[in-house]
Ligand binder design. Structure first.
Ligand code: FUB
Length: 336
């Protein structure tokens, strides 16, 4: 990765916070990783599929993925073209939502949610020899997965798959990993639904264990409640490690915040800590956090390029800072 001067980095960061990474495509839900000394972004590829707006998110009618890459955050971006298309995934019918990628044993794995022919979200995996794809999909979704927003985290050689999103993401339909069409979000005074986590098998293509809930506690050690919309989990899980602590971050959905909680294990429990990013233009907010050459970056999206169209979003990047106690400094996308 190229070395750049402090001043150039500062100018790039300033430009980056207000500029989409690319403008020839709408992109969202960025999952950022450093692979082979280069920064790769695995975003959703937003399109206007002509599907009317619904609370289910049917208007997010994405059909394929493009991988983006760059030498450094804010640097020139390469679009590697179509990495995977829904028509090539035997089990998937529509809505290729937020993906993530992982590297193991010299191969690259793209994890992605899509609806099957019955309209149920599943999570699939596709494999490539290159971080930029194209990716070859497995014929079936990963057994035991459900809902949306896969995010893979490597720790000590093991890989953990986080997933789940409520409302259009269907997480509320599951109890103890079993689907029930009558299940709904719990009432406000009960513990909130939350993301799921399971260790992946060594071949990266199966769950090595049943998914378990990613418990998020408040400052008194109690689980966050379903009515606590400013802090409870909605969708968009991400995990990173900073100074030996595990940082679980996520979107609060209808209150449009990116928040985080910390813990001592990739499984949790996690204790709520605060807000990473205040609301962006557009309804959804979804992110990833990555370390590049000793600095930390937040990749996120907003709908500024489309002038507020919810399902036409653009990926952006900005630097992330921690205070001396390891607390993340809250970012304001358009200034305070
Ligand atoms: O991009 C479709 C959905 O919107 C994602 O899966 C959610 O996280 C939200 O960003």
């Amino acid at each position: 990765m190229s070395d750049i001067s402090k001043e150039r980095a500062r100018r790039l960061r300033e430009r980056a916070i207000s500029q989409p990474l690319v403008t020839h495509l709408y992109t969202a839900d960025p999952s950022a990783h450093v692979f082979e000394d280069r920064l790769y972004i695995y975003p959703s590829h937003d399109i206007d599929a002509g599907i009317p707006f619904s609370d289910n998110g049917d208007h997010f009618g994405m059909e394929d993925y493009h991988v983006l890459s760059m030498d450094w955050p804010g640097g020139p971006v390469v679009d590697h073209g179509v990495a995977l298309h829904v028509k090539d995934v035997p089990w998937a019918a529509r809505q290729m939502w937020a993906p993530d990628a992982a590297h193991a044993h010299g191969r690259y794995y793209l994890y992605f949610p899509a609806k099957d022919a019955q309209g149920i979200f599943r999570i699939g995996v596709a494999v490539s020899d290159s971080p930029s794809g194209p990716f070859e999909p497995e014929p079936l979704p990963i057994a035991g997965t459900y809902s949306i927003d896969p995010a893979v985290f490597e720790d000590g050689g093991a890989h953990y798959l986080y997933f789940g999103g409520i409302w259009g993401g269907q997480l509320q339909k599951y109890r103890d990993n079993v689907f029930g069409d009558d299940h709904a979000e719990p009432p406000a005074h009960e513990p909130a639904l939350t993301a799921r986590v399971a260790r992946l098998s060594v071949d990266m293509q199966e769950l090595a264990e049943p998914p378990r809930a990613v418990v998020i506690l408040d400052e008194h050690g109690n689980e966050l409640l379903a009515g606590d919309h400013e802090r409870r989990y909605f969708e968009g899980p991400w995990m990173h490690k900073y100074r030996g602590k595990y940082y679980f971050s996520y979107s609060t959905g209808d209150t449009h915040l990116l928040c985080y909680a910390t813990g001592d294990s990739p499984y949790g429990p996690f204790t709520y800590q605060g807000v990473i990013l205040t609301p962006v233009i557009g309804w959804t907010t979804h992110h990833s956090i990555v370390e590049v050459l000793g600095r930390w970056y937040l990749f996120y999206h907003d709908s500024s390029l489309s002038e507020g169209v919810t399902h036409l979003r653009s990926v952006k990047v900005t630097e992330l800072f921690y205070d001396e106690e390891g607390r993340i400094v809250t970012l304001h996308p358009y200034g305070e």
